[in-house]
Design a protein around this ligand. Sequence first.
Ligand code: SF4
Length: 704
Amino acid sequence: MSSAVLSVPDTTATHCPYCAMQCGMRLSVADDVVSVEGNRDFAVNKGALCIKGWTAAETLRHPSRLLTPLVRNARGVLAPASWDDALDRIAEGVRATQACYGADAVGVFGGGSLTNEKAYLLGKFARVAVKTRNVDYNGRFCMSSAAAAGIRAFGIDRGLPFPVEDIASADVILLVGGNPSETMPPLMQYFQAQRANGGSLIVVDPRRSTTAQTSALHLRLTPGTDAALANGLLHLVLRGGYVDGEFLSQRTEGFDAVRGIAATYWPERTERITGVPEEQLVQAAKMLGHAARPMILSGRGGEQQSQGVNNTLAYINLALALGKSGQPFSGFGTITGQGNGQGGREHGQKCDQLPGYRRIDDPAARAHVAAVWGVDAEDIPTAGRSAYEMLDTIGAEDGIRALFLTGSNPVVSAPNAIHVDERFRALDFLVVSDFFLSESAQHAHVVLPSAQWAEEEGTMTNLEGRVILRRRAIAPPGEVRSDIDILCAVAARLGRGDQFNYDSVSAVFDELCRATAGGVADYSGMSWNKIEANGGVFWPCPSPDHPGTPRIFTEHFATPSGRARFHPVRHLPSAEEPDGEYPLFLTTGRVLAQYQSGTQTRRIGRLTSIAAEPFAEISPAAAKRAGIADGVLLSLVTRRGRAIARARITRDIRDDTVFVPFHWGGMGSINRLTNPALDPTSRMPEFKVCAVRLESHPESRVDS
Ligand code: SF4
């Protein structure tokens, strides 16, 4: 039970502010204290919450909360200002930048935690009010490889094409590069039920994570070798006669090209590339091959690589060869991370996309959305730069000079963060909307205090593609406003008030639904009332009488032929591999008691008491070679710079690999070191693999 001093009228059913589980919770007030409890009536978490959810209310009246706009004054200091002053300054900044450098010199950067209404409005704001083609969001760093692979193979990107309850009835699950027992613990109830039902879990991860510790088989692969592992397993599935020929002939296309490549990944070769022993490969292939209901789930491990799309396609190939995809309790899915990582990538805050998962280069899509927005189709800008490319070009001749940032903290969460921090310093004008003065907001010229999850209403789309409604439980403090209000107010100052004139947030949702009508992610049959009455509605939902679509591939896939597509994939090395100077792999991830860049969770005492500072998991052998003792601070050094973490010596990590979580700023930010090499299709940076050297560090504090 969590509590914080507040003025809240009664009990409200809402949802957690953090990950894509979007656990149902109830906020209630007694004696001016807000309490959090899990909502047993919500079908996804069934009342369970993790420590992040239990403590979420502590951010609402946190003493470091931003309560007024801040504007940087002539002395270079961020000082309190009125909303009128702040909004006028933003309009001036946008106009001045565009007068000098053109419309595209203003970038708009969003986030995967924004509600659907905000994500939709941010994309519209960029194209209609600011008129820039450069709009993207931090989900580019999260789900873009999975999304691109899903679209190629299935014609559609919905992380899980089935409800989470299907996990409990799969009989063998291959979980790749995910650690839900820390990142979304309430999801583990389904894995526990699966085991109780006689099922087995195989985990693919360089670490023996807490999830891997629950598995029947752990494949501890070398970082960056996912495509080889998937191809090697497919080789053994073929050799064992486990391929579902009937499914292949009736529901897929392109298998022959994949068969030829799989033939070249014989077990000895696969072991040589991946480091996974042949007997474990054979065991995994047998388990999957004998499964009546095989399931493959992908996390960020294989996806956040410069070969992330290929890696994901290779696992999809394996899932398709096993058959059953589209049937209950089987098939391939990816586990979305951020709270609205799914909806955030459907409604137009990506540089190449319009609402409804429409392509921005599709003339029919442009015409449809233009009609909803009340603009000419030719006035909608074309595709712009992806997230990292936008940040990387700040200050360059044809790059970004002014940035509008909301729901994101790229100075901590972007790769190559030392460089990103430098680029932020090169901005002529930066606007940040946030709850707290994040590391990115500290660079801003104007900071806008925005409302939090429990202080406003809106929809989120969870990891299953289920659209849920967050209800407002409390009023925002001070002069805080919602991002919806902020976007509409800035748009009005830029002369676009007519297109940003809504009498409620649900009116934004209704417009979003119209904009998605006929698109891939079709919400047009939804309304807030329908969502609330049904405990959520799965998209696509193309008409008011449509119940929504929990399982989307039962009859056909969303490709032109209706068949799922195989893609031939070969293993290619990561962009940077260990060598004499940088002898170890560095891989990154998350821990239970922190979330993303830590802007919220690093301010909660009960979370920092569990996870106070970054640590580096190192094997005993690697620690001995580097002369590092357990518990000391060490420097991690890559070609991009240096970061500091505390040594945690453990046999749960490969001898050639170091794992560090990414939730901290300053010298504790591991993204100072990560490699911005991008996947050629998804533009996903290679967070999960680079080469690192360990050195002892003389200080005793991470921030020293
Ligand atoms: S699992 Fe995710 S949504 Fe659920 S309580 Fe934890 S952080 Fe919140």
